[in-house]
Design a protein around this ligand. Structure first.
Ligand code: SDX
Length: 396
């Protein structure tokens, strides 16, 4: 409806909130994490740099980075009983359905991380979630395939460790390809935070009720799952497969413009960016680097994506509406080249966005210490005003 929603916990009446974490300029296509440009962070930094920056507010010194890495690495294992939880899901359960359940269940295994008034306990909750999300994600995939669970190797970096848990076999040696791991590292950085998007706002709203961090992140995972949000990377790949060839692109564009047709150009458009999403530019470069490294010459889906980007970004309908490729447009192609199954694309987005979610949750919890306020959106009521009850026999 045309309801005007306003949030309370540190939010102004325009439905926004105070934050120092991420800045977006939708018109100029600018994205800054704590003032640093996303392209610099992805190209020159690594996962630990950006994760520390978002959580703590500054880039780490060498010692801080080493301590942060050790703290994350020490807690990559999950309680063995939690692994039984995975076996309770139907074999073909979508990994996002599993993640919503499992991450919420973490609060049953991590009570000491939920004393919200204690800064140490809050920080512990954040760190445990960043440490364990890749392990949980990999177990969700492995158990859904009937594969043996691969335990985290703490001698590997964050991205390599995830790839190893996803694709290694207990029966043979598995070497992580360093180029693929670096590509995944960049993808994780690009997806870490994006100010008050739907899933992050969900986490902040859940957090304002003083729910524990695990329950809050589980609510963020649920919100991210939607194809209009984090589920778009999976939807882009299915769209490119549905288009099938470059010859079908004009027809696809006509369908996307037709309001009667539910077909939309997935990976195009954004609530904030009305120009190229800066993450899409980096993702496009990663895409070409990976396909070159893997010597994949003519990837039909990439050919369609490149042609679609060219045609749509010169089509008045899309240009007038500020509809350009967003972060999801190329990520599906890169993840497919990395061997990540389509069902895991949004799970990977959730693994990366956990860093932003916990950073935003921590900021909200700190704000709540100053001004405890539960989120209570208001509405513009457009329904009936009070009227008399009509007994059943008079209702016809
Ligand atoms: C993410 O918020 C975030 O930060 C999210 C995210 C993050 O990091 O957290 O960036 C991640 O969610 C990226 C977005 C992923 N979603 C998709 O790629 C799905 C496809 N995109 C659309 O669903 C849509 O573009 C939205 C929801 C992303 C944004 O829609 P808006 O800005 O609310 O635009 P709108 O719905 O008001 O549409 C404006 C016009 C309309 O046409 P008119 O009524 O003006 O004639 O543009 C049209 C829409 O019909 N339109 C599209 C379109 N998106 C909008 N037409 C065709 N294809 C599209 N994709």
């Amino acid at each position: 409806s045309t309801g005007i929603c306003t949030f309370d916990p540190g939010f102004t009446s325009t439905g926004s909130c105070d934050s120092t974490i991420t800045y977006i300029d939708g018109k100029k296509g600018v994205l800054l994490y704590r003032g640093y440009d996303i392209e610099d962070l992805a190209e020159q930094g690594d996962f630990l740099d950006s994760a520390y920056l978002l959580l703590m507010g500054e880039l780490p010194t060498s010692q801080q980075k080493a301590d942060f890495d050790r703290e994350l690495t020490l807690h990559t294992l999950v309680h063995e009983q939690l692994i039984q939880f995975f076996k309770g899901f139907k074999h073909d359960a979508h990994p996002m359905a599993i993640m919503v359940g499992i991450v919420g269940a973490l609060s049953a295994f991590e009570p000491y991380s939920a004393d919200l008034a204690d800064p140490e306990s809050r920080m512990r909750g954040c760190l445990r979630l960043i440490s364990r999300m890749p392990t949980l994600a990999a177990i969700a995939y492995r158990t859904s395939m009937g594969y043996p669970v691969i335990y985290p190797r703490n001698d590997l970096d964050y991205a390599s460790r995830f790839l190893h848990m996803m694709f290694a076999w207990p029966t043979q040696k598995y070497e992580v390809d360093a180029v693929l791991a670096r590509a995944l590292d960049k993808i994780l950085i690009l997806h870490m935070d994006h100010e008050q998007n739907a899933s992050t706002s969900t986490v902040r709203t859940a957090g304002s009720s003083q729910a524990n961090p695990f329950a809050c992140i589980a609510s963020g995972i649920a919100a991210l799952w939607g194809p209009a949000h984090g589920g778009a990377n999976e939807a882009v790949l299915r769209m490119l497969e549905e288009i099938g060839s470059k010859e079908n692109i004009p027809r696809a564009l006509e369908r996307a413009k037709n309001k009667q047709d539910p077909f939309r150009l997935m990976g195009f458009g954004h609530r904030v960016y009305k120009t190229f999403d800066p993450r899409a530019k980096v993702m496009r470069k990663v895409c070409h680097e990976i396909l070159e490294h893997l010597k994949i010459q003519n990837d039909p889906l990439l050919d369609i994506a490149m042609e679609l980007e060219q045609v749509a970004t010169h089509d008045q309908y899309f240009v007038q509406r500020g509809l350009y490729p967003n972060v999801d447009f190329y990520s599906g192609i890169v993840l497919r080249a990395l061997g990540i199954p389509v069902s895991m694309y949004t799970v990977l987005f959730a693994v990366a966005r956990t860093v932003g979610w916990v950073s935003q949750w921590k900021e909200m919890a700190e704000q709540q210490q100053q001004l405890p306020k539960i989120s209570r959106p208001r509405q513009m009521y457009t329904g009936h005003m009070q009227r008399d009850y009509v007994p059943l026999k008079e209702r016809g």
